[in-house]
Design a protein. Sequence first.
Length: 377
Amino acid sequence: MTESMDYGVVAMVGNPTSDKGRGAAVDERVRGLLTEAGERYGFDVIDLTGDSFDDSLANAREHIDGYDHLVVVGGDGMIALGANAVGSSGKPLGIVATGSGNDFARGLKLPVNRIDTAVEGIVGAIVRGSHIDVDMGHVTALPGAVATDPTTGEETEPSQEVRAGMAPSFDRYYAGMLSCGLDASINDRANHSRLPGGSLRYFAAVLVEVRHLKRYGYHVKATLADGTTEELDIISPMLTVANSRHIGGGLEVSPYSRFDDGLLDLIWIDHMPNAVEIADAISKGYNGKLLGSKIFGWKRVRDIEITRAAEGDEPPVLMADGEYIGRLPVTVKACDRALRVLVPPAVARLQEREHGENRVLAMLRRDGRDPVTGEFV
């Protein structure tokens, strides 16, 4: 019998409605494994799962003083919930990645759809005090922005505080990507697809959406990595503000992203691509070479304000970590190492090796980009 110590309280939030209701069985399995481990090592387990994303998030926030670690079960949307519950609090987040997508967990080299292994790693990290601190993005609505339901994308009624101008219509952290154009449209189509498997749904959605590219109009004002400010109109099918590398079950939209550099990566399609350029970009999307394609613009930013340009089509509903959040205008800021994630020591060492600055600089040299300006040289 392992000697018991007091590791406090572990709160859990599941997603019982996921995978057509099969998520409830996964949640029950995770709860049982955590409870068994708690009896062995000396921590209590509480379940804060609500009836919806917003309900679970409210529970996790309301009871934050009553737990020491938060464990979320599900895909990237659940990680977004965890980030918004404990981000900037110093309380660690454990991730049991299940279902489709799981791009943030994949980027961290955490197990995906291996429940027992994931829980074992979380418990080991709690007992050993092992974690890494990663960046987050923080997107806040500016006056005139409209909030949407995180699950359906339908516009929501503003609260009294929003109507009075006392609060923004939405204010969210995200761990992975803020999708503002084509990537949001692809994600939306994938969400409504009947195809099996997240990666297949996303790839099929890519093939459909790239046949109907629109010229969305963005006006951006960004503080770059060196502290200088740049302001310009971007008329483009796609604009993304990325913290992590992957989207859609493995597509590397932002291969240069690092989790701990205190920066976000602004990525956009530089011009309306032809069929050859689209095929080239798709072929590079799963091997880390997407930004070697000259149809993409790229810059590292500390913060960015995104509003509507005078020209171009109206951008779609923005999505953060696969969850709908609302419409422009917004401001986005990098939050330096603001999210603490429970990981086994071996994973922490792997992160240092695979996401280090030297590795990213080597990728930039390979693709022929200047690491400061983002331009091709």
